[in-house]
Design a protein around this ligand. Structure first.
Ligand SMILES: [Zn+2]
Length: 334
């Protein structure tokens, strides 16, 4: 068996020869690489390998204690939790602050695990750095050809117009954005528009931590029931909006999400408008990543994993979806 053999377990990946887990969704023993601090990538593991910002965000989100191997980007570190020793280097993934890809070397082979990533430079995250590798394990959230994001500067102008139009009509603009990562991109994307912002408590807590780590934002106030006035509200999509009703003269809501490219997005989130800004790579970004890594084998996970692997196979690339065992069987059968 290759030292870099890989298995899929309930959304997490495991390299059995190395004894290394990658982003498992459930608490796992032994060494666990945590690519970033989004809730679908973290759990109460005992021993984690992560970047300095992810370590701070993890402490904020989970509390508790764990053994931390905090690695700066670009610095290789040796590990031996399993049968085969390996070297692991973190590279910025461009997804949210602190998000990292894992570049793993074992035997004579290398593997790049992207975690969630984005090639286009974000405003509040470190720019993505790819590295050539023998094996590429990549997320494919937007792995369908129709997911091509428009230039972000254009979208931010449209978001600003949406906010101004709402205020002109005497209602409060509410931008729905995930509290970690997306909200801070919104604050940066609208930085030159002269808005003041009111933030949901959770968004405010995370934004404060971004500020402690050196990021600068426009004027932000925590929502504590006060009248919102002529300000833009930033709110997580899953949080109840009823508390806002008494503090405003009416709401006009927009979702900030890559899924805005789907016509159903507005209805799914129950909003007046949807703007396509994402912290993931779009379809051309996914193809570009494969071209730049020049792997001899690609494993895809998350989103349109099977479809994107199929696209790569048609281009002559040895690619399979890790997350969909049926597709794996099909591909092997073919
Ligand atoms: Zn994420």
């Amino acid at each position: 068996m290759s030292a870099l053999a890989i298995e899929y377990h309930k959304g997490g990946l495991f390299l059995p020869r190395l004894g290394l887990w990658l982003d498992p969704h459930e608490p796992r023993p032994g060494a666990v690489f945590v690519s970033h601090a989004h809730s679908d990538h973290i759990a109460r593991h005992r021993e984690v390998i992560l970047s300095p910002p992810t370590a701070r965000l993890l402490r904020l989100r989970l509390g508790g204690e764990r053994r931390e191997h905090v690695l700066p980007y670009g610095e290789a570190r040796e590990f031996r939790p399993g049968a085969v020793p390996f070297r692991l280097t973190l590279l910025p993934a461009g997804h949210i602050l602190g998000s990292a890809m894992a570049f793993i070397e074992a035997g004579n082979e290398s593997l790049l695990y992207t975690g969630d990533f984005k090639l286009r430079p974000g405003l509040a995250a470190e720019p993505c750095e790819l590295r050539t590798a023998d094996i590429l394990v990549m997320e494919t959230t937007f792995g369908r050809s129709r997911y091509v994001f428009p230039p972000e500067a254009t979208v931010w102008r449209e978001v600003a117009q949406f906010c101004r139009a709402a205020m002109d009509d005497g209602v409060t603009p509410v931008l729905l954005a995930y509290s970690l990562g997306k909200s801070q991109e919104v604050l940066c994307g609208l930085a030159d528009e002269g808005f003041e912002f009111v933030l949901h408590e959770q968004t405010h807590r995370i934004t404060r931590l971004y500020q402690e780590m050196g990021r600068r934002f426009a004027s932000c106030h925590k929502f504590e029931g006060q009248p919102v006035g002529e300000r833009v509200v930033l709110w997580p999509p899953g949080a109840l909006r009823t508390k806002l009703l008494t503090a405003t003269r009416g709401l006009r809501c927009a979702i900030i999400s890559g899924w805005a490219l789907d016509s159903s997005c507005r209805y799914r989130f129950g909003v007046d408008a949807a703007f396509p800004i994402s912290d993931h790579a779009d379809y051309p970004g996914l193809l570009e990543a494969v071209q730049r890594v020049t792997p001899r084998k690609v494993w895809t996970v998350h989103g349109y994993a099977a479809e994107f692997a199929d696209v790569l196979r048609r281009q002559g690339c040895d690619a399979l979806a890790l997350s969909e065992p049926d597709q794996l069987t099909l591909a092997l059968g073919a």
